[in-house]
Design a protein around this ligand. Structure first.
Ligand code: LER
Ligand code: MN
Length: 281
């Protein structure tokens, strides 16, 4: 089992200046790293890949849909841009050696429209994910579709709906991303939801209820880890936490107060917490 961490605590676009950070992440005990891919050309992927190869770090990528690239828009050009965005991200994943591309790949994060999703939007999302999934399978990448809490999307809020979406897409290259922060808000049974999603889980975000240090909040990790292990999951356990260092990311995730003393404390405590929790489970 590989323990990973998302670098969004430090940067929204990994660059040459973050090669040292990758080394720190390895030194702290991580074996996997998640890089943001908000614009697929935002980072020097081959350079980063070379460094991660040297360090023995496996990698995943997270993306969000830009407002002008929305797979469920009623404007065909905007929908096409959505598929193009995902295809470009998949190509960038291939360049940086990432085996998973995750995130809410159905509509822009934070886009709320004052109603729930429509059947037409559902069908458009299925179609987009199928086309992106076919491209991903050719590139050796798995897509992991993430349900978000209701304040970040109106389209997909719980694991059961994510599972149904994945089933309708019906491709081995498309699974779901389970994020414990969103599950804590939306699921009636945040632990049972892991078992119900079962083999569809293609990626996992270890995220505390306040987005701070995993293990220092109220997510029931002593039940979460055994439930995940029981599904046979063998992907990365990736820490996703958010702080206030990057104003745009803080605004998107509504982080207005400190929830951890510093990023190094968070990273080093989290890896210990996950390693111990997983081996006990
Ligand atoms: C956002 O809330 C989130 O959980 C990230 O994985 C990006 O989608
Ligand atoms: Mn997440």
């Amino acid at each position: 089992m590989k323990i990973g961490i998302n670098v969004l605590l430090w940067t929204a676009a990994a660059a040459e200046e973050h090669l040292g950070l990758l080394g720190d992440i390895r030194t702290w005990g991580y074996e996997s790293v998640e890089l943001p891919m908000f614009a697929p050309d935002c980072s020097p992927w081959p350079l980063l890949a070379g460094r991660m190869d040297e360090l023995g770090l496996s990698r995943t990528a997270v993306t969000v849909m830009p407002p002008e690239a929305n797979p469920i828009s009623d404007d065909a050009a905007v929908r096409r841009a959505g598929i193009d965005h995902l295809r470009s991200c998949i190509d960038a994943c291939a360049q940086m050696g990432a085996d998973v591309l995750c995130g809410p790949m159905y509509s822009p994060c934070g886009a709320l429209v004052g109603r729930g999703r429509t059947e037409q939007e559902w069908d458009l999302a299925v179609e987009c994910l199928r086309r992106a999934g076919e491209h991903a399978s050719g590139a050796g990448v798995t897509l992991a579709v993430e349900a978000l809490n209701r304040f970040e999307t109106y389209f997909l809020n719980c694991a059961a709906d994510a599972a149904r979406l994945v089933d309708e897409v019906g491709l081995p290259s498309v699974g779901l991303l389970f994020d414990t922060f969103h599950a804590n808000i939306e699921e009636k049974d945040p632990v049972g939801a892991i078992g119900a999603a079962g083999g569809r889980i293609a990626h996992f975000h270890v995220s505390e209820n306040d987005r701070g240090t995993p293990g220092e909040g109220h997510v029931p990790w002593d039940r979460v880890f055994p439930a995940l292990k029981a599904t046979g999951y063998d992907g990365a356990l990736t820490v996703e936490a958010f702080g206030r260092a990057l104003p745009e990311v803080a605004a998107a995730t509504c982080i207005w107060r400190p929830t951890f003393p510093n990023a190094q404390h968070l990273a080093t405590s989290a890896v210990r917490h996950i390693r111990d929790g997983w081996s006990r489970s």
